[in-house]
Design a protein around this ligand. Structure first.
Ligand code: NG6
Ligand code: CA
Length: 508
C-alpha cells in the first residue's frame, strides 16, 4: 500500500493492519445469529400476537425480551419462494421455477451464488442449517443412494441436516451433509413424482392402511400410515417417524449450537411444525383442545424454548441475535382430515388479517417476526415495514460486509429498524402470491389477476380481474376495496411495482 507523507495518510495506511475485520463498516460486530423459521404459522397463531386458545410461553418470552414486529413479511405466500428469497435476497417471482417444488426437484440456487449463509461464512461465521430445505437437491435425476449434491453445502452452509422438501412430500428421510441418514444399501431409495414404483401401498389404493386421511391430494406413497405427495420405494430404515421429527430436528439444532458455541455461528433452524401432516409427539397431543394443528403450535413453542434454554445455559444469550418468523401465512385444511377445521372454534390463525397461505391479502405474508438481542435491542413493538428478504443486506451491514453490486438485488439494509433504532424499515413491501401486491405507507394495491377466488384449502387467494386497493391503516382486514375511489393511487403503486419488476432490482 502506498503511504503518503501527510499525517492523515500515514494513519490511514496503518489502519488496516490494526483493524482488519473493520474494513467495511464503522463498527462491525459478530454476534451469533439464530434464525428460527416456522412453517405455515400465522400472524394470530401465537399468544404474543393475540392467540388465547393456544399458549406459547417460549415464543412470548423471546417477544418480551425483544422487538415484536407488526408489519413484517415473508417474501411470498408459500414456502419455496419465501426461502429462496430469504437466502438469495432476490424476489423469487423474478426467477421462473421457484414455486412450490416437488421432492425430486433439482437445486434452484446456483452453487457459488452470493447467499445469506455464504456472506456470513465470509464474515467468519460457522454456518449451519437444520430442518426444512425445499429448494431442490442435485442437478436432476438424483440418485438418493449416492452423493446428494449440490445442496446446502454448495450454497454457503458448513453443516447441514435437512429433509429435502416438505413433511408431506417424499422422500420422507433426512439428509445429513451429502447422504441420506440411516440408509441401508440393501434397500435403495427410488423416488418418482409420476407413477408408483414397485408395489408399495398408496393412499389412493389402500385407504384402509391410513391413520390420517387426505382431504385433497396426498394420496400417493404411504409412509408411517400417512400418504404423501409423490412415490417412493425402499429406504425403509431411513424413513422418519412423524411423531419424532421435532425432537430430532431440535436435537440437531442444539447440537450445532453446542459444537460451535466458542465461535460466531449462524444457525438456520427451519422447523417442520406446523406444516401438514401435523403429527406432534404424544407429549403435546391434547395440549390445546384444537387438535393436531393447535398441538403442533405447542410443540413448535417447545422447540423455541429448547433453543433459548440452550443459549442461556451456554451463556450465549447476550451475544446472540435470535430471530423468529414463519415462511408464509396460516392454513387450516392443507390436505389432511386432521380435524383442525372442526376444532378451530374462535381461534383466528391470521389474527385480524384477511386470507392466509397462498393469499395476496395480508394474511398470506404478514407473519410473526421477533428480534431478540438482549443488551443491544430494547424490548418493544415496531410497526416498521420489513421483509425477511432484508436479512441478507441488514446482516451484511451488521457484520461489516459490503454486498457486491449484483448480489441480493432486492434486499434492503433495514438494520436500524431490526435493532429498534428506527421505525423506517424498507420504503415499500412487495407481496407475492398468485398476484403481486405493493404496500407503500398506508396503501396497498393488488394487481389484476385472473383465477379462482379461493383454492381447495378454503383460503382466499386474492385474485380479481381488476386491481384492488386498500387503506391498511383504516382497514387492516382489507374489507373495503377503494380502487374505484382512488384510481390515481392504484396507478401510482402499480407503476412503482412495474418499475421494480423492470429494473431487475429493488434495493439502491
Ligand atoms: C400444496 C399441497 C399442500 C402443501 C403445499 C406446500 C396439495 C393438495 N397441497 O400443493 O399440502 O404441501 O403445497 O406448502 O398437494 S409449503 O408450505 O411448502 O409451501
Ligand atoms: Ca410454508
Amino acid at each position: 500500500m502506498a503511504t503518503t507523507i501527510t499525517r492523515r495518510g500515514l494513519l490511514a495506511s496503518s489502519l488496516p493492519l490494526l483493524a482488519a475485520p473493520r474494513a467495511f463498516a464503522a463498527t462491525p460486530e459478530r454476534p451469533n445469529i439464530v434464525y428460527m423459521y416456522a412453517d405455515d404459522l400465522g400472524y394470530g397463531d401465537v399468544s404474543c400476537y393475540g392467540a388465547t386458545r393456544v399458549k406459547t410461553p417460549n415464543i412470548d418470552r423471546a417477544a418480551a425480551a425483544g422487538i415484536r414486529f407488526t408489519n413484517a413479511h415473508s417474501s411470498s405466500a408459500t414456502c419455496t419462494p419465501s426461502r429462496y428469497s430469504l437466502l438469495t435476497g432476490e424476489y423469487a417471482w423474478r426467477k421462473p421455477g421457484t414455486g412450490v417444488l416437488p421432492g425430486d426437484a433439482r437445486l434452484i440456487i446456483d452453487p457459488g451464488r452470493y447467499t445469506l449463509p455464504a456472506m456470513l461464512r465470509e464474515a467468519g461465521y460457522r454456518t449451519g442449517i437444520v430442518g426444512k430445505w425445499h429448494l431442490g437437491l442435485g442437478k436432476g435425476n438424483l440418485d438418493w443412494n449416492g452423493e446428494i449434491a449440490p445442496g446446502p453445502l454448495e450454497v454457503g452452509f458448513d453443516e447441514s441436516f435437512i429433509y429435502p422438501a416438505t413433511g408431506d412430500r417424499v422422500p420422507s428421510v433426512f439428509v445429513e451433509g451429502h447422504r441420506v441418514v440411516g440408509l441401508d444399501p440393501a434397500d435403495p431409495i427410488v423416488v418418482n413424482y409420476q407413477h408408483n414404483i414397485g408395489n408399495g401401498p398408496t393412499g389412493a389404493a389402500n385407504p384402509e392402511l391410513l391413520r390420517m386421511h387426505p382431504s385433497h391430494g396426498h394420496d400417493n406413497s404411504i409412509v408411517n400410515g400417512i400418504s404423501r405427495i409423490g412415490y417412493m420405494s425402499g429406504g425403509r430404515k431411513a424413513r422418519w417417524v412423524d411423531e419424532d421429527m421435532a425432537d430430532t430436528l431440535t436435537g440437531k439444532a442444539l447440537g450445532f449450537i453446542e459444537r460451535n458455541h466458542a465461535r460466531p455461528f449462524f444457525l438456520y433452524f427451519a422447523t417442520h411444525d406446523i406444516h401438514v401432516p401435523r403429527v406432534p409427539n404424544k407429549r403435546f397431543v391434547g395440549a390445546t383442545g384444537m387438535g393436531p394443528r393447535g398441538d403442533a403450535i405447542v410443540e413448535l413453542d417447545w422447540s423455541v424454548g429448547q433453543v433459548l434454554d440452550t443459549l442461556e445455559r451456554l451463556k450465549l444469550t447476550r451475544n446472540t441475535i435470535f430471530v423468529f418468523s414463519s415462511d408464509n401465512g396460516p392454513v387450516v385444511d392443507d390436505g389432511y382430515r386432521d380435524r383442525s377445521v372442526e376444532l378451530l372454534g374462535d381461534h383466528k390463525p391470521a389474527g385480524p388479517l384477511r386470507g392466509g397461505k397462498y393469499s395476496a391479502y395480508d394474511g398470506g405474508t404478514r407473519v410473526p417476526f421477533l428480534v431478540r438481542w438482549p443488551g443491544r435491542v430494547k424490548p418493544g413493538t415496531s410497526d416498521a415495514p420489513v421483509s425477511q428478504i432484508d436479512l441478507l443486506a441488514s446482516l451484511a451491514a451488521l457484520t461489516g460486509r459490503k454486498l457486491p453490486a449484483d448480489a441480493a438485488p432486492d434486499s434492503w439494509d433495514v438494520l436500524p429498524a431490526l435493532l429498534g433504532q428506527s421505525k423506517k424499515g424498507r420504503p415499500h413491501i412487495v407481496e407475492h402470491a398468485s398476484a403481486l401486491s405493493l404496500i407503500e405507507g398506508d396503501w396497498k394495491a393488488i394487481e389484476a389477476h385472473a383465477g379462482p377466488k379461493r383454492n381447495q384449502t378454503g383460503n382466499e387467494i386474492g385474485n380479481d380481474p381488476a386491481p384492488q386497493l386498500f387503506n391498511l391503516r383504516e382497514d387492516i382486514a382489507e374489507q373495503h376495496n377503494v380502487a374505484a375511489e382512488h384510481p390515481e393511487k392504484v396507478k401510482e403503486l402499480l407503476a412503482l411495482l412495474e418499475k421494480i419488476r423492470k429494473d431487475g432490482r429493488d434495493r439502491p
